[in-house]
Design a protein around this ligand. Structure first.
Ligand code: GCB
Length: 624
């Protein structure tokens, strides 16, 4: 059949996208699917040295020390003989738990921003002498310099995404390896995020550390998903089209075999290059959704390597005024959160922590979470897959990043790439967000637009969004979302605080929201602060009554939302630490907009949102 011009264009674009995608992935050496691989954990107690003056890194003229310098903190801390002078040392007197932020582990670290050296000794015997060994860090906030037995393995910046380095055979020892990581969490104008955020700057090796042993040629990464739907299409559950690719690291040869035992599907593809694209059909499939978060075991093998994952199959798209999950419109009953366990004033990092946060969201009646404002630990997105929560995942391009600076752009893009690389196989993740409340200007829009182009090139199957700002008080009582960034996103999302930052909650009675873009509209934030247990009349700021009133007025206002309104993720699940919140009576370093208090108690407003969500769900069930 002859191609129409439209078909040719589509083909050209698709091939170009695939090429860009292959290139972008080729640049990154991140190993994915870590929780399902054979790994040896380096978690536990690490010894540390606090080094605010960077004595372990620079010499007394403040020049970076050379690799062999005996005073460098990455080299042995043992004096050679009794006359040898050593002015540093690692000791069990000073230990920190990994994973974990340092701020919550010792009062002296509460406000600390600077360098801490972490040290761990380990023995390692490879299972197979020809195997390769990598060290994988779930995340370190913010900059990490990693040394093994005095040799630098590499450096990474970005506090919320994973990275790994290969350990050369020439460096690895079977006994008593001396692993040192210099961690620095100083804020910087040219960093992502920048100096100003409304959250705590938790430092440290905040996520797990693993050794990953793999064959000489191994499956580094893979992507598997239902084919992107034609506009508005309901995916077939019989003969559904699956596509993706497998990326090998090493000498690529042989075949890639993809096996989905439950569906009795097994396909073999010949490897032609380091990236092997594939497509095949599933004779039948139960689609993943919040109501039925069905996951299938998928194994992928090549030569001596085999990886396994649990995959949900679903489609997602912004289509006209709606968001379609599996071809049907959905309404997102969301909640925004921080990656924090407030009762312990610390970063969340474990499955148990994820279970607490999702447990709270479930009680509230949510089907969606906004993981603000940075990528969370992998157990969050994996648990969202198995519990059936839709996920908004974001990079910390927050407020006033240095938008005109190319290096800053590269840092943002790297974090975006690492986020998407790690989580692209999670059915739960439906939105990649490129940032939050960035001030309108041409350089800002270009910066964000380029991030969107990068995100689309890495993953064309999901929606891209960003939380935009609004201006209230428009004269005609119509608050219009017209940020020029709106033209590039799939989902127009905005943060709205009418009745907290703008006037009183009664201002909601006359407000009407709309957007100049013919796209689905989402409220990515709305909220008010209240100190749990503080009761007063509803006009009194920080009382539970004020917050409850705010939610009541907001919910009444929602009745007048336009038909392209597809959901909300109010701010915020629980009170969280912020150095910017200094009211000595009500805040004391806490942002109090939580529906749960810092001790995990429900505030009055919790029940108001919960009952709103119940009503929406009931109505949806009636309409089924
Ligand atoms: C916002 C920000 C969020 C803040 C919140 C607040 O718009 O996106 O990070 O914490 O407002 O509480 O003011």
């Amino acid at each position: 059949m002859p191609y129409s011009t439209k078909q040719i264009n589509v083909t050209v674009v698709t091939v170009a996208m695939m090429l860009i995608c292959q290139l972008s992935h080729a640049q990154l050496n991140l190993i994915t699917d870590i929780p399902n691989r054979h790994t040896v954990s380096l978690d536990g107690k690490w010894q540390y040295i606090v080094d605010p003056y960077e004595t372990g890194f620079y010499d007394y003229r403040y020049k970076e020390m050379n690799e062999n310098s005996a005073s460098a903190y990455w080299n042995s801390d043992k004096p050679k003989n009794k006359s040898d002078l050593k002015e540093f040392g690692y000791s069990d007197k000073y230990t920190l738990k990994v994973p974990g932020d340092w701020n919550s582990q010792d009062p002296k670290f509460l406000y600390y921003e600077g360098t801490v050296w972490y040290k761990k000794s380990f023995d390692y015997q490879k299972h197979n002498p020809s195997d390769r060994l990598f060290i994988y860090f779930g995340a370190i906030n913010y900059r990490a310099d990693v040394y093994l037995n005095g040799k630098k393995l590499g450096m990474h910046v970005g506090g919320f995404t994973p990275f790994n380095f290969e350990i050369p055979d020439s460096v690895l020892k079977t006994k008593d390896n001396f692993l040192v990581v210099r961690v620095n969490n100083e804020r910087g104008k040219e960093e992502v995020p920048t100096v100003n955020t409304d959250w705590w700057n938790y430092g440290g090796i905040t996520r797990s550390v693993d050794l990953v042993e793999v064959p000489k040629t191994f499956i580094q990464d893979f992507s598997i998903h239902l084919k992107k739907p034609e506009a508005g299409e309901v995916p077939a559950t019989k003969n559904a089209e699956v596509e993706g690719w497998v990326k090998l690291n090493g000498q690529s040869s042989g075949n890639v075999v993809i096996d989905i035992p439950e569906l009795k599907v097994k396909n073999t593809f010949q490897v032609t290059d380091s990236i092997t694209p594939f497509s095949f059909q599933l004779p039948q499939v139960k689609l993943w959704s919040p109501e039925n978060p069905k996951l299938y075991k998928v194994t992928i093998s090549n030569g001596d390597d085999k990886v396994e994952d649990k995959i949900g199959f679903r489609t997602i798209e912004a289509f006209g005024k709606k968001v379609l999950l599996n071809g049907k419109p959905i309404f997102m009953r969301g909640i925004a959160m921080h990656e924090e366990i407030p009762q312990q004033m610390r970063r969340a990092y474990s499955k148990k922590d994820a279970a607490q946060l999702f447990g709270w969201a479930k009680e509230l009646g949510c089907n969606m979470v906004r993981l603000a404002h940075y990528p969370y630990e992998e157990s969050m997105t994996r648990m969202a897959d198995s519990l059936g929560f839709l996920v908004w995942s974001e990079i910390p391009v927050y407020w006033t990043i240095d938008f005109g600076n190319h290096e800053v752009y590269e840092k943002a893009k790297q974090q975006l790439t690492e986020m998407i690389t790690r989580d692209k196989n999670r059915a739960a993740v439906i939105i990649w967000s490129v940032g939050n409340e960035t001030p309108v200007s041409q350089v800002r829009t270009d910066f964000m637009h380029n991030l969107i182009i990068s995100a689309k090139a890495l993953d064309s199957t999901r929606m891209i969004s960003a939380a935009l700002e609004v201006n209230y008080n428009s004269k005609n009582k119509m608050d219009v979302i017209n940020d020029p960034l709106g033209q590039y996103v799939d989902l127009v999302a905005f943060n709205e605080y009418l009745g907290w930052y703008g006037g009183l909650p009664s201002a909601c009675r006359t407000a009407n929201w709309s957007t100049v873009y013919d796209k689905p509209l989402f409220i990515s934030e709305t909220g008010a602060g209240a100190k749990y247990g503080f009761h007063a009349d509803s006009l009194t700021r920080f009382s539970e009554e004020y917050q409850a009133w705010y939610y009541r007025e907001q919910i009444n206002m929602f009745k007048r939302m336009p038909e392209n309104w597809v959901g909300l993720s109010p701010w915020v699940l629980a009170d969280f630490r912020s150095p910017k919140r200094n009211n000595p009576i009500y805040q004391e370093g806490w942002n109090r907009k939580g529906l749960f208090s810092n001790n995990g108690n429900k505030k009055e407003a919790f029940y108001i949102l919960q009952s709103f969500y119940k009503k929406i769900k009931k109505k949806e069930n009636l309409n089924k």
